[in-house]
Ligand binder design. Structure first.
Ligand code: AMP
Length: 215
């Protein structure tokens, strides 16, 4: 199955992407994770992406599309994948469409995770991640058992640089400007499924599972 996950930063895309991918046994491809990984490794892509990400801006399409193309060509994507955080604008959607049609593939479902801005802000400022295994927590809604320590691997929990309030506001402004045309596009194509987000992870995942079963 080939799935796209759309939604504001903090809507829970990362958390649900992991759950969906485990249940369908498909790779989770997050452009944000690809960039963060490249920044950690100090690659050429990482050096280029860093300044945009730290300001909350989008990394230029040329770089982003090339990174996704490279990832989708890997063997593990041949029978399906979930794209999280891509496409972020109409140009990227067009490029994705071309990549897939060139290899006789098509998107099966686009999940649009809808959440009010207030909930998003609350979640992002309290979001923490494990510096080792990447597990995501929220100090308020999904805390680790011991504050600041990962339940899975015991490593330290950190806050993403772009989860600071000024950067979040910039990311949300960009998101709100670019999401509507994408939602309209996938709606017209009959692929869009709206998932209303709440703070209850099980409830949201249940809605997602039911939606995917019906595709
Ligand atoms: P995310 O982890 O999806 O919230 O993405 C974190 C940051 O990575 C974004 O604020 C952008 O700077 C960059 N990024 C992730 N995905 C994309 C994309 N599809 N296009 C451009 N920039 C992206």
């Amino acid at each position: 199955m080939r799935i796209l996950l759309l939604g504001a930063p903090g809507a829970g895309k990362g958390t649900h992407a992991k759950l969906i991918c485990e249940s369908l046994n498909i790779p989770h491809i997050s452009t944000g994770d690809i960039f963060r990984d490249n920044i950690r490794k100090n690659t050429f892509l990482g050096i280029q992406a860093r300044s945009y990400m730290e300001k909350g801006e989008l990394v230029p399409d040329e770089l982003t599309v090339a990174a996704v193309k490279n990832r989708l060509e890997k063997e593990d994507c041949s029978s399906g994948f979930l794209l999280d955080g891509f496409p972020r604008n109409i140009n990227q959607a067009g490029n994705l469409n071309k990549m897939l049609s060139d290899t006789n593939q098509r998107i099966d479902a686009v999940l649009f995770m809808e959440a009010p801005d207030k909930l998003i802000l609350e979640r992002l400022t309290e979001r923490r991640y494990c510096s080792k295994c990447g597990r995501i927590y929220n100090n308020k809604f999904n805390p680790s058992e011991v504050e600041g320590v990962c339940d899975s691997c015991g490593d330290v929990l950190l806050q993403r640089k772009d989860d600071k309030k000024e950067v979040i506001l910039e990311r949300l402004a960009i998101y709100n400007k670019t999401i509507k045309p994408l939602v309209d596009l996938y709606n017209i194509l009959g692929l869009l499924h709206k998932i209303e987000v709440t703070n209850n992870i099980e409830e949201v995942f249940y809605k997602i599972s039911k939606t995917l079963e019906a595709v």
